[in-house]
Design a protein around this ligand. Sequence first.
Ligand code: ADP
Ligand code: ASP
Ligand code: MG
Length: 418
Amino acid sequence: MKFGGTSMAGIERIRSVAARVKREVEAGNQVAVVVSAMAGETDRLVGFCREASALYDPREYDVVVSAGEQVTSGLLAIALQAIGVPARSWLGWQLPIHTDEAFAKARIGTIDTAALDASLSAGEVAVIPGFQGVAEGGRITTLGRGGSDTSAVAVAAAMGAERCDIYTDVDGVYTTDPRIVPRARKLHQVTYEEMLELASVGAKVLQTRSVGLAMKEGVRVQVLSSFTGPDAPMADTLPGTMIVGEEEIEAVERQVITGIAHDKNEAKITLTRVPDKPGAVAAIFAPLADANINVDMIIQNIAHQAGQAGPGSTDVTFTVPGADLARSIDALNGAQGEIGFAELVHDTRVAKISVVGVGMRSHAGVASQMFTTLGQRGINIQAISTSEIKVSVLIHEDETELAVRVLHTAYGLDAEAA
Ligand code: ADP
Ligand code: ASP
Ligand code: MG
């Protein structure tokens, strides 16, 4: 069982989480619980680091920001003991959960489960703070924002758990963020692949890495609500959304488009008058790769024909994570000589809207419908990218909600009016 930040926000909620864990124990299950920090706490701790120094040491950042989960794991163990459920907390370094040394975005390697197994066999509930691990040499690491989902899936995989139930503040995965589109529909099932795409293009209900790990390790994952009373159906009746293999999807659930996601955290960069010659694009992306910056969407326009004025040139537009914009500009300006662009223009007021569905493999016209729908609403498309099961477009940030709503309707995803 994994409980997110809103589910752990305050003692009252922690008590209700404890009661829910107790129900599972009384039903005869052995339970390991992974917890997030209280909602808002990790942001507060990140803020302290930034305030202390803009150029903080990521190793010390991890010591600070992992603290929120230490608090909630101890509190949940106390709340469980108080209602007669034997429980203890296991910090990342105590199990341990081994990670690499990529501080602030570490990857889990192996998890020692001997102590956990012994504790569960002795009838205890194990409470594990999410988001944290330990690198070789003993320093604390964190897994990147939203990383408790990944902790939970990794623990489930290591222990060979029957299922990993991710409890959150919505009762499942929806066709789009239900906080933006009230007519979003809850999905009973979604494939690993689609969930992976949806998460990676902005559906923050699960951290992308947690889905990738679940897919690789074959962990059964359910997303469900922690905000239900004591008579809520048991998790075993699968009241939430199950993440499943494509072969398991029931035919009635099949739609061409499964979900729509948005992401306002990208920034757009355009380099003008890049020489139109072999190697030119490589010269742009090599310095970004060296700076460990992920480029997402890319478009290249033949803007200026070769002629008497000299060789032809093109404008190249691409997106990078908003958080990496300053470093990207720095890297590109540093390489201006080699790239040979005239001007660098950037814009953070953009949003990426993505439609995802395995049905796209066998249906033509998905992209065309997207472009037509947006065009009819006067929404301008600035860049496009696609994969086998996804089409993404970049638009002005102010049009995000409108775009998601009209696409949701156009692909027939709206729930029946209540
Ligand atoms: P937790 O603190 O439990 O980890 P998160 O805030 O990380 O919770 O994730 C849950 C939120 O994800 C929901 O409140 C919802 O607004 C958002 N969300 C975005 N896209 C979707 C979607 N397709 N289905 C459900 N929730 C979504
Ligand atoms: N508390 C961490 C965060 O806010 C990890 C998590 O909640 O998943 O990113
Ligand atoms: Mg989360």
